[in-house]
Design a protein around this ligand. Structure first.
Ligand SMILES: [Zn+2]
Length: 341
């Protein structure tokens, strides 16, 4: 014990004040602040779509996206400020350097076509969370299908599809079906079980309006090629349901079957998971653990803390904060997002 501490300990009032300071420091986020100031912080970044050069954001797609130019800026900035590790290595890292891990959700084809060449050139590893029944598929999620119907309805407000969609959503006949209306509908429908959403899509006339389109998810060959280049893969379930909205048996099946099909495809044990829409619950985490998952990612947007449950890791999504589909990204990466390191 130091001489100063001995003196403090000898005076009852001073001892109480000293103990109070220590207690407040430990319980007021000061350790977090200290780590921020000293730069000893880690972060997991999330990406979804990376758009090729010249392609603007789709107002009628609620899935976050980022232009390839901005993506490159983010990755260059991150690799200047952090040691970029694979997610597995970051989770086991005990050193003092600030570290980052790069993750992608859903398994979109542009992860291979657009993001992979940038990451390979810069020597940056990444983890992709794949929705396994979408591997090689040209059918997007219900959010994109609904977006196509909304776009069609907004461009042809007097057409039958617009009336069908308006009736399904129970809006007044003269209400314009805008991009913001689309986003509100997506948020509302996300609270429903997947069977109910299928029924609503049919009511909204989505099946009749879905055109043929090119493959939009990663193929099995692309996944294997990226795995050989050092990328790692995790489950994003089989069909991308919001797991806490589903029954226990459905959630268990989604977690078990997606794990098995990725293991079958890649030949190694899959123990990482990203919860669709970042939504988990104590029951879902317990179920995932019992199936052999060891790392679970949410979309709670903050830095990593040493106290974080490995099955409930936070991740930062830079695209959501700055774009939200309405504008192009600022030319410079906003520096205030990062601590001084
Ligand atoms: Zn997702």
């Amino acid at each position: 014990m130091s001489a100063l501490r001995e003196k403090i300990a000898a005076i009852p009032l001073a001892r109480k004040a000293y103990q109070g300071l220590i207690y407040c420091g430990l319980h007021s986020g000061l350790p977090e602040l200290w780590r921020a100031v000293t730069g000893r912080r880690h972060v997991i970044l999330t990406f979804h779509h990376v758009r090729p050069a010249g392609q603007s954001a789709d107002l009628f797609d609620s899935c976050p996206s980022m232009s390839v130019d901005y993506f490159r800026k983010v990755i260059e900035d991150v690799s200047e400020r952090f040691t970029v590790l694979s997610l597995h290595k970051l989770c086991g890292y005990a050193g003092k350097d600030p570290c980052a891990a790069i993750t992608f959700d859903d398994g979109w084809r542009d992860n291979y076509d657009v993001a992979f060449p940038v990451l390979r050139e810069l020597g940056i590893p990444a983890t992709i969370f794949v929705t396994t029944n979408k591997i090689g598929s040209s059918r997007p999620f219900w959010q994109q299908i609904l977006g196509k119907v909304f776009r069609h309805a907004s461009e042809n407000p007097d057409g039958q599809p617009s009336r069908t969609l308006g009736a399904a959503l129970q809006v007044k006949s003269n209400t314009p079906l805008t991009a913001s209306h689309y986003r509100q509908t997506v948020l509302r429908w996300k609270k429903l079980a997947s069977g109910r959403i299928d029924g609503l899509l049919r009511e909204a006339g989505c099946a009749a309006l879905l055109p043929e389109q090119p493959r939009c998810f990663l193929s099995a060959d692309e996944i294997r090629e990226m795995a050989q280049a050092g990328f790692t893969f995790g489950s994003h379930t089989v069909t991308h349901p919001i797991l806490p909205c589903e029954s226990h048996s459905t959630a268990e099946q989604e977690l078990a079957e997606s794990k098995a099909s990725l293991e079958n495809l890649l030949g190694y044990t899959i123990d990482m998971l990203a919860y669709p829409d970042g939504q988990d619950s104590p029951e879902i985490r317990a179920c995932a653990r019992s199936l052999g998952y060891r790392i679970g990612c949410t979309t709670r947007g903050r830095w990593l803390s040493s106290k974080d449950d490995r099955m409930r890791l936070p991740r930062l999504d830079l695209s959501c904060d700055f774009c939200d589909g309405r504008c192009e990204f600022p030319a410079e990466l906003p520096r205030h997002r990062w601590p001084s390191v």
